[in-house]
Write a protein that binds this ligand. Structure first.
Ligand code: SIN
Ligand code: CO
Length: 411
């Protein structure tokens, strides 16, 4: 059983990765001394932006071997892309370290998805981008490449911040219309790439790209790049998932007379053509479907559950020897609590959504849950002021037992 990198090293989180997201009107080096509001208005989903020294002094959140160790795990999504002898090849992980090419060999790259779920340093780095709603943030991917390595010229359907964390990478980008892909390759590579701009990025430099900008990043020597990626479900996916959600909601109310109503045809005439689908049947079913009702609350309930659902490969690690509830409360009063890296907690005015489950946001929970969700934790002092709410402590205890929240084991 390969060891998890975060179990292997206990490196302190460096000051450069342990930082909060800037406030909306706070100028920040992360965005080239622009405020998040200026960035969102001028660049987000609109045009590329190169930011030199977005995070000055930034070191790679993971060492090369730590990244390779992650790529060896079953619950981590990884890909190996090689470009040996001018031929593109793609393989999916997990990869044992001896299944990866030698680091001395040129032109290969390893991509490890969702590193923020497995490593605190990567998670802290991604949290700098929480001036964009969590509902849009997807994950932090790390790519490792040897000299000349890359994934070919391509485009993505999502916004991305490409943050150089080790070595150098030459990026070429272009806003071309022709996005046709080479059909003979195992990965997305553009048939014709027409770069318009070119830069070499060094550690701490960052390139923001909106969707559909053609780009090609080639390592100059050994290099590592973090991609902070966003999620934007297709309209087709949203519609299909919402209809599924509605069907589930209906099966929850199965005992109501409406849910039990069935198709009836007391006026059906005898037929000469038994195989013909009766027009009346189509009409009636159309009327039944037109009667399916949903409103904004259903949409919000659906979105909250759908967007807080962990990816299918996510596994929580409940504590092996959990504290009892009293001890848990005592410990949390001393050290505070924090959401596990893998926990997704969203809320709106009426409900909260945790790891795919929707719950009503009670008046009492309004006092602390939005705060817990936004700061992904409650400090010890704050926890103490809330402990007379036994509903809160028992709910958080349940989450602790499920591995959804953590308390500092050393406190
Ligand atoms: C990479 O980091 O090698 C690829 C990232 C991308 O172009 O989307
Ligand atoms: Co890309």
């Amino acid at each position: 059983m390969p060891k998890r990198p975060s179990d292997v090293t206990h490196a302190p989180i460096s000051h450069s990765t342990d930082a909060r997201a800037p406030m909306p009107d706070e100028p920040t080096p992360l965005l080239g001394n622009r405020t998040p509001r200026q960035f969102m208005r001028r660049y987000w989903q609109k045009k590329p932006l190169l930011i030199r020294q977005a995070i000055p002094g930034l070191a790679a959140p993971l060492a090369r071997d730590e990244l390779f160790a992650l790529a060896d795990l079953d619950d981590v999504e990884s890909r190996l892309i090689t470009h040996f002898r001018n031929a593109w090849n793609l393989e999916h992980g997990p990869f044992a370290p001896d299944e990866l090419p030698s680091v001395k060999k040129r032109e290969w790259t390893l991509l490890v998805q969702g590193v923020n779920l497995h490593d605190d340093r990567a998670h802290a780095l991604m949290n700098r981008f929480r001036f964009i709603p969590d509902a849009r943030l997807d994950d932090l991917m790390i790519s490792y490449a040897t000299d000349g390595g890359g994934v070919g010229a391509h485009f993505d359907s999502y916004d991305v911040f490409l943050l150089q964390v080790h070595g150098k990478r030459r990026w070429r980008i272009g806003a071309q219309r022709d996005l046709s892909l080479n059909p003979d390759l195992p990965l997305k590579v553009l048939q014709h790439f027409e770069p318009e701009e070119e830069w070499v990025l060094e550690p701490g430099d960052m390139l923001y790209l909106p969707p559909h900008i053609a780009h090609d990043g080639v390592a100059e020597g050994e290099c590592m790049t973090c991609s902070i990626g966003f999620r934007a479900p297709s309209e087709h996916e949203l519609t299909a998932q919402f209809l599924y959600h509605l069907a589930e909601r209906m099966s929850d109310t199965q005992d109501t007379p409406k849910a039990n109503a069935r198709y009836r045809d007391p006026n059906q005439e005898p037929v000469e053509h038994p195989a013909a689908l009766p027009a009346m049947l189509t009409e009636r079913v159309g009327a039944i479907l037109a009667n399916v009702d949903w409103d904004e609350t259903d949409v919000a309930q659906f979105l909250g559950s759908y967007l807080s659902e962990p990816k299918s490969n996510v596994v929580f690690d409940p504590p092996e020897r959990p504290l009892n509830e009293d001890k848990f409360v005592q410990r949390a009063k001393k050290s505070g609590i924090k959401l596990d890296r893998k926990t997704i907690l969203l809320y709106n005015a009426k409900s909260y959504f945790v790891n795919g489950e929707a719950e009503k946001l009670s008046a009492k929970a309004k006092k602390w849950l939005p705060e817990l969700a936004d700061s992904r934790g409650l400090e010890a002092k704050r926890f103490v002021t809330l402990t007379d709410d036994s509903a809160m402590t028992s709910l958080l205890y349940e989450w602790y037992r499920a591995g959804w929240i953590q308390i500092d084991p050393s406190a």
